[in-house]
Design a protein around this ligand. Structure first.
Ligand SMILES: Cc1ncc(COP(=O)(O)O)c(C=O)c1O
Length: 362
C-alpha cells in the first residue's frame, strides 16, 4: 500500500467549542469591528505577554505598510529590505509609497543585520528613508542593535517579525507580527504591532482607522486595516491554549533533533530553541533535486520565500545590490513538513528522504 501523502503544513486553529464563549460575547455586544471589546482585550493580553504596548490589525502586510506610513519617511524614498524574505515585505513598502531597495543577508543568520545595513547605506542609488529588517522564519531579531542603528542614522526602522510570535521583543521601533493561520499562533487572518513608543503606536492605530482623529476627521493618510471582533475571538481562544500549543511544537522540535541528521548546516535549524511554524533546510545538491526526491515519496515541500524578492517579476525593477548569500540560500533551501500532525512514522519518512538527499552529489 502507498504511504499517505504528508502535507507541508496543517494548521489547527481553535475549534468551534473554544470559540463559542467569544462568539456569544459578540452576539451580546453587537460590536463587530472598530476596536471592539474583544480587540481591546486582545491588545491588553498581548501587551502583558510581550511587556510592551500592542495594537491588533487585520494582517501583517498592512501592518508593515501602516508602521512605515506612521513613521513618515519621505514619499518615494528607498526602504532597504533584505531580498531573502516573503513577497509581503516588499508589497508593504510599495503600499507605503516607498521603493524597495533590495539587499543581501548575513551568512550566519540569513537576516539583514545593523552592521550590514550601515555598509549598504552609502551604496544606495537614492535617498534611503527607512529600513525593514526581517525575522527569518521566526529567528530572533536584534532589536537593541536596530534601536542603536536608528539612533545613529536617524532612519525609520520597521521590523517584519511576521513569523516571530515566539521570539518577538518589544522596543521603541514598531515590530509587526502576523496571526495568519499558518503562523505558530494563528487567528485565520490578523496581526499586531508591538511598540513602546505609545505616540507612534497611536499613529499606527490611527493610520489603520482611515487616519481618523477623535472627531472622525481624516487627520492623516490612512486605510482600513482593523481587526474584526471575529478574528479577535479566534486570536483570544488561540492565546488561551498557547502554553500547550507551544509545548507541542517544542516537543516536535526535539523529535526532529533526534530523527534528522544534525549536519553542520542543519544543526541550528533542527535544534532551535523557539517555536516556529516551518522547517527550512539547505540541500547541498540544490532544492530541485530535493524537491523531486520528496515528491516521489509523497511528501509535500514548499519554497516559502522562492528565489528572493529580486527574482519575483513584481520586484525585478527594484534597485538592488549584489546578493550572493540570498542567491545561495534561494538555490539550496527547501521547506519540509513541520506541524502537529506529524507522528513518529511521518518524521522517520521525512528523515529518510532528507538523508538520501544529503548523499546526492552537488
Ligand atoms: C516575512 C513575512 N512578512 C510578512 C508576511 C505577511 O503576513 P500576513 O499574511 O499577516 O499579511 C509574511 C507572511 O507569511 C511573512 O512571512
Amino acid at each position: 500500500m502507498d504511504s499517505p501523502a504528508i502535507p507541508v503544513m496543517r494548521p489547527r486553529l481553535p475549534d468551534a467549542d473554544a470559540l463559542l464563549p467569544y462568539l456569544r460575547r459578540i452576539d451580546q455586544t453587537r460590536v463587530y469591528s472598530n476596536m471592539g471589546p474583544l480587540a481591546r482585550q486582545l491588545a491588553d493580553i498581548l501587551g502583558a505577554h510581550f511587556h510592551c504596548p500592542a495594537h491588533p490589525l487585520a494582517n501583517a502586510t498592512l501592518g508593515l505598510a501602516i508602521a512605515l506610513m506612521a513613521m513618515g519617511p519621505p514619499a518615494g524614498s528607498l526602504c532597504m529590505v533584505p531580498s531573502w524574505t516573503f513577497a509581503a515585505s516588499a508589497h508593504a513598502i510599495i503600499l507605503a509609497g516607498m521603493v524597495p531597495f533590495l539587499v543581501d543577508v548575513d551568512e550566519a543568520s540569513g537576516m539583514l543585520v545593523p552592521e550590514m545595513a550601515a555598509d549598504f547605506l552609502p551604496r544606495a542609488p537614492g535617498h534611503v528613508g527607512a529600513i525593514m529588517p526581517v525575522s527569518a522564519f521566526g529567528h530572533p531579531v536584534d532589536i537593541a542593535g536596530w534601536q542603536d542603528f536608528r539612533a545613529r542614522h536617524g532612519l525609520a526602522v520597521v521590523v517584519d517579525a511576521a513569523a516571530g510570535f515566539d521570539t518577538a521583543q518589544g522596543g521603541d521601533l514598531p515590530v509587526v507580527i502576523s496571526l495568519h493561520a499558518t503562523k505558530v499562533l494563528g487567528a485565520g487572518e490578523g496581526a499586531f504591532i508591538l511598540c513602546r513608543d505609545t505616540d507612534l503606536l497611536h499613529r499606527c492605530a490611527t493610520t489603520s482607522n482611515f487616519g481618523f482623529s477623535a472627531d472622525r476627521q481624516a487627520s492623516m493618510a490612512g486605510m482600513n486595516a482593523k481587526l474584526s471582533e471575529y478574528h479577535a475571538a479566534v486570536a483570544l481562544a488561540a492565546i488561551e491554549r498557547w502554553p500547550q500549543d507551544r509545548g507541542h511544537i517544542m516537543a516536535l522540535t526535539r523529535k526532529l533533533a533526534e530523527t534528522l541528521p544534525q549536519t553542520a548546516g542543519w544543526r541550528g535549524e533542527v535544534t532551535r530553541a523557539f517555536a516556529a511554524n516551518t522547517l527550512n533546510l539547505e540541500f547541498p545538491s540544490g532544492w530541485q533535486a530535493a524537491e523531486a526526491r520528496f515528491a516521489a515519496a509523497a511528501i509535500e515541500t514548499r519554497r516559502w520565500w522562492g528565489g528572493g524578492l529580486h527574482r519575483h517579476p513584481a520586484f525585478r525593477h527594484c534597485p538592488h545590490l549584489p546578493m550572493p548569500e540570498t542567491d545561495r540560500r534561494a538555490d539550496l533551501t527547501l521547506g519540509l513538513p513541520f506541524h502537529g500532525d506529524l507522528d513518529g512514522v511521518a518524521l522517520r519518512r521525512i528523515a529518510d528522504v532528507a538523508r538520501a538527499c544529503l548523499d546526492d552529489q552537488p
